[in-house]
Design a binder for this molecule. Structure first.
Ligand code: FAD
Ligand code: GLY
Length: 375
């Protein structure tokens, strides 16, 4: 007899992995289906910043609150996932600097500082001398910056693998090279998923297919407006670290990794699934990097890559149930912050599946705000 699962998760990126881990930990029978390899798309490309404050600026609404809560989960998660999977995902807790080059940015940062301090989040303004005392290789051209002690970073591919392998260790079934072609939707409920090989029977399905979520759902008449935003990055190698904490500026950020690697990101190009690194994108990034950190000129080139971020109409992820099809859930559209938001996404979706009331109000993230249903 063919197996029946409590939950089928579609997509083996950081979001699918986190949900599989939480569900397996709570005793659900889970299958995770990935069309390629685990963490082969956006979760592979990500710089790994946990930039709750650096990325979300003055928007201190529901997404900011979610991001801050998720960021707080990493310290415990690091030991937990290492114990189960043996993978150390490189959690670094050295804060971030967001620097200004233009007077308008100084004014903008002051507003961000005020808004975030009102929310009780530590952040302080540093003048040029103070920034350079902290990070001596940063350009003297900067006009100062925000220091955010709470924002950190991880290795995104390793975090994604740590989630999935921990889920497997706790009993989840992981199937790579298994593309889901459609869903079985009958009598108002989801009953299973269809792959090239078989139909897999399950009680619930979670769509975590990143920027491809809309494409997957369209043939079933479900119009979830997730669209792709390409991002290009490069990395260099140095013997001596050029910076100790992550440095962020308009149009360019730098994340110091283990082994003398420095990751520089990222471009933004909407509505393309093309993962080729363009000369123009790279040249722009290189120019910005040289302006921010002049000594990068001496570093050894390592490599360049691109990934496809999943974006939504209003910049908020889709977290929740379909509404009309019972048992169909979405966890996608995390755009620039999927690595940061992965721990809390796993917990929230597992809570929904278990029928638990969440302490977080999910109404702002409900997919029903944008879903066009044609049953
Ligand atoms: P993905 O990682 O794209 O995973 C989706 C998976 O679904 C893929 O593996 C795909 O193969 C699979 N799939 C698709 N269709 C099907 C199907 N039909 N059947 C089976 N499987 C399917 N976020 C941060 O928090 N911090 C950062 O510093 C950061 N930096 C970034 C830098 C760049 C250059 C980019 C591109 C992104 C960055 N992000 C960052 C964003 C982050 O990478 C994403 O938000 C996150 O990885 C999304 O995870 P996901 O699991 O939803 O998507
Ligand atoms: N969060 C960084 C990026 O998406 O490029």
């Amino acid at each position: 007899m063919k197996s029946h699962y409590d939950v089928a998760i579609i997509g083996g990126g950081v979001i699918g992995g986190s949900i599989a881990y939480q569900l397996a930990k709570r005793g659900s029978k889970v299958v995770l289906l990935e069309k390629d390899r685990l963490a082969s798309q956006s979760s592979q490309a990500a710089a790994g910043m946990l930039g709750a404050q650096v990325e979300l600026g003055t928007e201190v609404g529901p997404l900011f609150e979610l991001a801050v809560k998720s960021r707080a989960m990493f310290r415990e998660l690091t030991g937990e996932l290492k114990d189960i999977s043996g993978i150390d995902f490189g959690f670094v807790d050295k804060g971030m600097l967001k620097v200004a080059f233009e007077p308008e940015q100084v004014a903008e940062f002051q507003e961000i500082i005020d808004a975030q301090q009102k929310m009780g989040q530590p952040v302080e303004w540093m003048n040029t001398t103070e920034v350079i005392a902290r990070e001596p290789e940063i350009s003297g051209e900067i006009l100062g910056g925000m220091y955010i002690p709470g924002d950190g970073q991880v290795s995104a591919p390793e975090l994604s693998l740590a989630f999935a392998k921990s889920a497997a260790a706790l009993g989840a079934e992981i199937r790579e090279h298994t593309e889901v072609l459609s869903l079985v939707l009958e009598q108002g409920s989801v009953k299973g998923v269809v792959t090239a090989e078989e139909t897999i029977s399950c009680d619930k399905v979670v769509i975590c297919a990143g920027a491809w979520s809309g494409i997957l759902l369209k043939p079933m008449g479900i119009d979830l407006p997730v669209y792709p935003v390409k991002g290009e990055c490069f990395s260099v190698l140095t013997h001596k670290p050029l910076i100790t904490s992550t440095v962020f500026s308009h149009g360019c950020y730098m994340v110091p990794k283990r082994g003398g690697r420095l990751v520089v990101g990222a471009t933004m190009k909407e509505h393309t699934y093309d993962r080729k690194v363009s000369f123009d994108g790279l040249a722009t990034l290189v120019e910005r990097a040289k302006r921010l950190l002049p000594q990068i000129r001496e570093a050894e080139w390592e490599k360049a890559w691109a990934g496809i971020r999943p974006q939504t109409g209003d910049g908020m992820p889709y977290l929740g149930e379909h509404g009309d099809w019972k048992g169909l859930l979405f966890a996608t559209g995390h755009f620039r912050n999927g690595i940061l938001l992965s721990p809390i996404t796993g917990c929230l979706i597992a809570d929904l599946i278990e029928g638990k009331t969440s302490e977080i109000n999910l109404s702002s993230f409900s997919p029903t705000r944008h879903l066009i249903v044609k049953q």
